[in-house]
Design a protein around this ligand. Structure first.
Ligand code: HEM
Length: 152
């Protein structure tokens, strides 16, 4: 088990408060992210933040609903990691991604926030980022690479 029961339940209860602000969440998050990591803007050439916002909430729902069993969603997280490798996302941005999520948690929870809540979110995000960054290449990709190497 990656998170303790207590950590998972703190994530779930804090997201319950946060998810009531579904429109603001991605705006606050990406504002914080681009402020702390202005270089990351280059990865988002399109201005369509409404789609990005919906993806953000969907991903958060997925992570939160599985946060008590992160091992069970390892394959999906690895898939996500491979998508980010394709996008050529550098590892240094993951820490800033994590920090920006804590800014969001703090802004929405306000006085209801606590060090323990922040540590729980941070632990989940660090774990997910680690799996994404170390996702193995898919076997088909390796085979494809071999064919490309042999036959161009
Ligand atoms: C734990 C960390 C992260 C999670 C859970 C996450 C999650 C996601 C998800 C679910 C998607 C949508 C994938 C799709 O539509 O196929 C996505 C796309 C993307 N992510 Fe991340 N991400 C993370 C970290 C990062 C970081 C550090 C960057 C750095 C800039 C980044 C940049 C992007 C970009 C540029 C896209 C494509 C945007 C688009 O759909 O137009 N992500 N991410």
């Amino acid at each position: 088990m990656v998170l303790t029961d207590r950590e998972a339940s703190l994530i779930k209860s804090s997201w319950k408060i946060m998810e009531e602000r579904r429109i603001e969440n991605p705006l606050i998050f990406y504002d914080a992210f681009f402020e702390t990591a202005p270089d990351a803007k280059k990865y988002f050439p399109r201005d369509d933040f409404s789609k990005l916002g919906r993806k953000f909430n969907y991903t958060m729902d997925f992570i939160v609903s599985n946060c008590h069993q992160l091992d069970e969603i390892k394959d999906s997280i690895e898939d996500l990691g491979r998508i980010h490798v394709k996008l050529k996302i550098e590892n240094e941005f993951y820490e800033k991604f994590n920090e920006s999520l804590l800014v969001l948690v703090d802004k929405i929870l306000g006085t209801q926030n606590s060090k323990e809540i922040e540590t729980s979110w941070s632990k989940a995000l660090t774990h997910i980022a680690g799996i994404m960054q170390n996702a193995p290449e898919k076997e088909e990709n390796k085979f494809q690479q071999l064919l490309r190497k042999l036959f161009g």
